[in-house]
Design a protein around this ligand. Structure first.
Ligand code: SF4
Length: 508
């Protein structure tokens, strides 16, 4: 095997790396990565995270997903290796979302990339950070340029002073969304912990449980959701096990103890593969709304061969409450919904059960085996479902359907507001709420109702501000909102038209 110090990285095509504007998702970078021994990982990502219609991030940098999973874990440090501009954006976002801890960074320049010194720098930084009193693991994330230039994180030591080292490549040109980047780190950790389990006894989880058979949950869910699921599992003599991505290293071992894995979020393709490799059944969808909860419990019962009586008890306990809440929160109106969190289909189901007409659901995540159940249900309810939806198709849906409420990403919300359509930002206002069981209904519907009631106010505002800040009245012209003669005419094309007219006349 090539020793790290002998590793020579030929990056002649990257001689301006660090200075150039790196195109996220560039085909050129994929070729460079392939030429630098990254073909295996690029091919695996291609299988796990199929592209199309869009093949590059239209949202935040995908690596944020992995960064976030690492930062949420206790006793885990994260080190980024990438261009300074990318690292600035990623650390900014992580602190915006309350990381409350430092993110390590190994900078590089053309020389350290060319000579392979960057790898040595990463290794040194990992060795310095590996303090077993403080850490269980260190995550090192290669961003676009180090991945394209083949920085071989796989050559890092697997363990230093008892601290595990997890090196992953998370380039924008192979990982289309930050949701799928969560899967990359979650599955890398599961894989590591699986080898520990197979090589001997491992430490017990610190979490207190009753000792009942466990159901492992997969998905970054709101803290109230496991409590809702726990109340559904109690009559079945089951309890909630680990929630992947986990908060503690030991919980990774517990994740493998689950009798069944509930794939609450459908995009964890690589994570599900780890569980399937040890024969764990995967349950699709989630207990959301009345029908969603009823069918989720029935399928759970079937997978674990539970008696109909037991499943019936659980249903009796939760379904009447859900029915009552849905009745209380009944709403009318039409909605378009889009996002990149991967829970869009579940939210759409809940909105439909609450009486709303959902016209369109666009998710930046791909269609997977686990999303099939929700896709079919939505299609049966007349919804147009688009996987790997592009921003263009999300905007088109708003123009086409003119909904009473548009839920979506920042540019989608902006587009809707310009049309005086009430709108909600999916990531902060919808996906950061409980969704499961009875508790989910009140929380989501309250915010939806509040936004929909703003319709009239939006119309008044549009009328009042009509023409301000749009077209020629945008920018820094003085006095505000007025055309300023010559220059305005010039850029509006009026002058050009006049001059063309004169030319035509001369010709005649
Ligand atoms: S690391 Fe993220 S921000 Fe930087 S170039 Fe790649 S995808 Fe874009």
């Amino acid at each position: 095997m090539t020793q790290p110090s002998e590793q020579i990285i030929d990056i002649k095509n990257l001689s301006t790396a660090g200075k150039e504007k790196v195109p996220c998702g560039s085909k050129d970078l994929i070729e460079r990565a392939r030429a630098q021994n990254k073909s295996e990982i690029i091919d695996q990502y291609k299988k796990d995270y199929p592209i199309g219609p869009h093949d590059q991030p239209q949202s935040m940098c995908p690596a944020f997903g992995s960064l976030r999973v690492g930062l949420r874990m206790n006793r885990v440090a994260t080190i980024l290796s990438g261009s300074a501009c990318c690292v600035y954006g990623l650390t900014f976002t992580s602190h915006f979302y309350g990381a409350r801890r430092s993110v390590g960074y190994v900078p590089f320049n053309s020389e350290t990339l060319v000579t392979g010194k960057l790898f040595e720098d990463i290794k040194e930084s990992v060795e310095k950070t590996a303090d077993p009193d403080k850490l269980d693991a260190i995550v090192v994330i290669n961003l676009c340029v180090p991945t394209a230039s083949g920085v071989p994180l796989q050559l890092l030591p697997k363990v230093i002073n008892g601290v595990r080292i997890i090196g992953i490549d998370v380039p924008g040109f192979g990982v289309p969304t930050h949701a799928e980047a969560k899967d990359i780190l979650a599955s890398a950790m599961l894989k590591f912990s699986k080898t520990e389990i197979t090589s001997g006894p491992v430490k017990k989880s610190l979490q207190k449980r009753k000792g009942l058979p466990l159901v492992t949950l997969v998905g970054e869910i709101f803290p109230l959701d496991p409590m809702s699921i726990s109340s559904m599992l109690e009559p079945l003599d089951l309890e909630v096990g680990a929630i992947v991505p986990t908060r503690q290293w030991r919980e990774l071992y517990t994740a493998f103890e689950g009798s069944l894995v509930a794939g609450l979020h459908p995009f964890y393709t690589s994570t599900f593969r780890e569980f399937e490799s040890v024969g764990k059944p995967i349950l699709s969808s989630a207990p959301v709304g009345y029908e969603g909860t009823a069918s989720w419990l029935e399928k759970l019962g079937n997978s674990l061969n539970l008696s109909e009586e037991k499943v019936g008890k659980s249903k009796e306990l939760v379904l009447p409450l859900i029915k009552e809440s849905l009745k209380e929160q009944k709403l009318n109106g039409s909605v378009t919904l889009s996002g990149y969190e991967g829970s869009e289909l579940l939210v759409a189901r809940l909105l439909i059960e609450s009486g709303l007409t959902v016209k369109y659901v666009g998710t930046a995540c791909p269609r997977t085996k686990q999303s099939k159940v929700d896709e079919e249900w939505l299609k049966q309810h007349g919804v147009s479902v688009e996987f790997r939806a592009s921003l263009e198709s999300d905007l088109q849906a708003i123009d086409e359907h003119e909904p009473d409420l548009a839920i979506g990403t920042t540019p989608v919300v902006q587009h809707a507001k310009e049309k005086a359509i009430p709108s909600l930002y999916f990531t902060n206002l919808i996906s950061a709420r409980p969704l499961m069981g009875n508790l989910g209904i009140g929380s989501v519907m309250e915010v939806v109702k509040g936004a929909m009631n703003n319709g009239e106010r939006f119309k008044k505002m549009k009328k009042f501000f009509s023409g301000v800040g749009t077209g020629q009245s945008s920018g820094v012209w003085h006095p505000y909102g007025e055309k300023s003669g010559k220059f305005k005419d010039m850029i509006s094309g009026k002058k050009l038209q006049e001059s063309n007219k004169k030319k035509e006349q001369v010709k005649c």
